[in-house]
Design a protein. Structure first.
Length: 307
């Protein structure tokens, strides 16, 4: 190595430092220019420009982030983060699509047979939920206190506390549920006269099927029951939601009905678990309660007596 080589190395290092400074300044200038430039709107097929109006009818956002970062995050501090217009789509059903429907939110997928179908996403806006409650006796025909919830059928109880053959009993669940959809519980028969059966139901004409059967006199039997609840309107115009009917057929029997769970649109509809119940000023639940009440009072849930 000659004595001049260290000088040439030093010169090269000086040139590299100058190039780095010059290049950095150029990058900074470019960044400033880009930041100050007027953003362009994205047309159909063009990329999205952050912070700029994007007027294209279709926009595709992709991400190559492999660190778990979200592909797309939508935020609007002044309103909904994402708004879908509610309407029945006339577009072809494609697997993986998500859209707003008249019932709520629709998601499309492929069934086991390979057919693409649109399914409704179940929420508190369009589906029921099960709310367990303490076992609660709502009917016992053997005592006067056990018959206080009867809207119909109190005159069809004999001196032994049995519902006579052909009796139709209508039980009101006030104070237990407000605008419920169904119930779970147990129905029990006691002091049976002879063989017979009873049907527990909530809406429409009395079904021909039985809920509990007995085959002789003096029996004590019980059976689990899951049924809808309905509503009842009297000839005087009185309206009672949350009713369940029991049709005692063939022979007399004492009837006991215990409720252990409620099928409701909102958990606060199970008022036995919530002393505050559903009120107009209870926020979101109150709004939902108003919707339930409006639907229930449309008379499409009325319990009809047997033919």
């Amino acid at each position: 190595m000659t004595s001049s080589e260290p000088d040439r190395s030093a010169s090269r290092r000086t040139l590299l430092r100058r190039a780095a400074v010059t290049g950095g300044a150029a990058v900074a200038a470019t960044a400033v220019t880009a930041a100050n430039a007027s953003p362009a709107s994205a047309a159909i097929g063009e990329p999205v420009v952050l912070g700029a109006p994007n007027s294209g009818g279709k926009t595709t956002v992709t991400s190559t982030a492999g660190n778990g970062a979200a592909t797309l995050a939508v935020q609007n501090d002044a309103g909904p983060a994402l708004l879908l217009k509610r309407s029945e789509s006339k577009l072809p059903v494609l697997p993986g699509s998500l859209e707003s429907t008249t019932l709520g939110l629709g998601a499309s997928g492929t069934d086991s047979g390979g057919v693409v179908r649109r399914y409704e996403t179940l929420t508190t806006a369009n589906a029921t939920m099960l709310v367990p409650i303490p076992p609660t006796r709502v009917l016992d025909t053997r005592t006067a206190a056990g018959r206080t919830r009867l809207l119909e059928g109190a005159g069809q109880i004999d001196s032994q506390g049995r519902a006579v053959a052909g009796a139709w009993l209508l039980v009101h669940l006030a104070g237990i549920v407000e605008y419920g959809d169904g119930l779970l519980g147990n129905v029990t028969v006691a002091k049976t006269e002879k063989g017979g059966f009873a049907t527990v139901y909530g809406r429409g004409q009395a079904p021909g099927a039985s809920t509990i059967n007995w085959w002789g006199a003096g029996q004590l039997l019980s059976n689990g029951v899951i049924t809808q609840m309905g509503a009842w309107s009297t000839a005087n115009g009185d309206y009672y939601p949350d009713t369940v009917a029991i049709w005692v057929q063939k022979s007399a029997s004492a009837v006991i009905l215990d409720v252990t769970g409620l099928l409701v649109f909102h958990p606060e509809s199970a008022v036995i678990n919530n002393p505050k119940a559903l009120t107009a000023d209870s926020g979101t639940s109150g709004v939902r309660a108003d919707v339930i009440k409006a639907n229930a009072e449309s008379a499409d849930r009325e319990v009809q007596p047997r033919a």
